[in-house]
Design a protein around this ligand. Structure first.
Ligand code: KG4
Ligand code: ZN
Length: 360
């Protein structure tokens, strides 16, 4: 079946066309209009501006998605749209657009949870060697607003088994990144700066975390930062302590007039953030012995996190799925993939569908 899907929960407007069959979901087109340049001016997403930009973009990108896929509305069998969580005014743009199209053309409609959508990026056939992951699996969503582990017993039901108690990992990279002069969103810039810092500290390209920990830079008493991993066995994390300690460290450098070694700082911050997620993944794999581990969300693009999680999964004999970089951030193809399974499970929406800012 052909699926037309939409995403407008934050600062990307996206429309995609997929061709889905039992063992294979292929992307025919995936158009993403990013508003990053607009929001960069303010150092973060301005909700009102985001909603207006979605309203302007949604029609043209839908035409573009259909055209690039080589289909018309007559070829579409299902419409899928992100209904929650996210910025309410932003979500409403695609929700209303999708509802109107579904009514106009008499096409079934499904509502998709944004986080399940991120995980579903792993269902998309991105290369010939790609295998469709099968439930049950352990999933990790790391994004601007989420840092959570889930146990999924089907494609449509996921139970939280660990989550951040405060800030999300992506938000923490963005906020601390901004303080050291990396433009919004800071994730990719932070990643690159940390890569430099790890090499500088260990005296070699891409050292392992073990090698980095042996370096003098890691032992520098002025660079100490706390781990966001909680030791209460809950699988939960807390990034607010790391963020506050990092801000104090930056103030200390400012007040003493010393120049901040930015790359070494970015490396240390990344080490703590990534290692906490990795340690928690390790603990949950020991507890639940999953055979499949699906990683997703904007922060899944982080090169250090990708490498560290692969090591952990490997040690547990657990197969890991992680999307290519182009499908880690917000996009409509992942929403269509999740929409397919919502449809198969009989979860249809109708004209009463509303958006919600909140998690499931
Ligand atoms: O999933 P996403 O596109 O939007 C939300 O649903 O939140 O995630 C955006 C987040 C931002 O915080 C951005 O800084 C972060 O993903 N990000 C990264 C990297 N690329 C994007 N964080 C760390 N390392 C990266 N390479
Ligand atoms: Zn997202």
């Amino acid at each position: 079946m052909n699926i037309l899907s939409f995403e407008s929960s934050c600062d990307e407007t996206s429309a995609a066309v997929l061709c889905a069959a039992q063992e294979e979901i292929r992307i025919l087109s995936n158009v993403v209009a990013s508003q990053i340049e607009t929001h960069r001016l303010y150092g973060g997403v301005v909700p009102e501006i985001a909603s207006r930009a979605h309203s302007e973009a949604i029609s043209p990108i839908t035409y573009e998605a259909l055209e690039r896929a080589g289909v018309t509305m007559a070829d579409i069998d299902l419409i899928a749209v992100t209904s929650h969580p996210g910025l309410i005014g932003a979500l409403l743009v695609a929700v209303n657009f999708a509802k109107s199209l579904a009514e106009r053309y008499g096409i079934p409609l499904v509502a998709v949870d944004h986080i399940k959508g991120h995980v579903a990026a792993n269902y998309l056939k991105t290369d010939e060697g790609h295998l469709l992951p099968k439930p049950p699996f352990l999933a990790l969503a790391v994004s601007g607003g989420h840092t959570a582990f889930y146990l999924a017993d089907s494609y449509t039901s996921m139970k939280v088994v660990g989550t951040t108690r405060d800030d999300a990992i992506g938000e923490s990279f963005d906020k601390i990144g901004r303080l050291i002069g990396i433009p919004y969103p800071a994730g990719a810039g932070f990643d690159a700066l940390a890569t430099e810092g790890f090499s500088l500290a260990a005296g070699k390209e891409r050292p392992s975390f073990k090698e980095y920990k042996k370096s003098a830079a890691y032992k520098d008493p002025e660079m100490v930062l706390p781990s966001p991993a909680l030791s209460d066995g809950s699988g939960d994390l807390s990034f607010s302590g790391l963020k506050t300690a990092a801000m104090n460290l930056l103030h200390h450098y400012e007040q003493t007039g010393k120049e901040l070694p930015r790359a070494l700082f970015a490396a240390r911050y990344t080490y703590e953030a990534v290692e906490a997620v990795a340690k928690t993944a390790d603990r949950l794999m020991t507890q639940y012995s999953p055979t499949a581990f699906l990683v997703a969300g904007g922060v899944a693009a982080n090169s250090h996190l990708r490498r560290r999680l692969a090591e952990i999964a490997d040690r547990h004999g657990c197969r890991m799925w992680i999307p290519p970089l182009s499908l880690c951030g917000d996009n409509a193809a992942m929403i269509g993939a999740q929409g397919y399974y919502e449809y198969l499970a009989g979860h249809l929406a109708d004209a009463t569908l509303n958006a919600s800012a909140l998690d499931d």
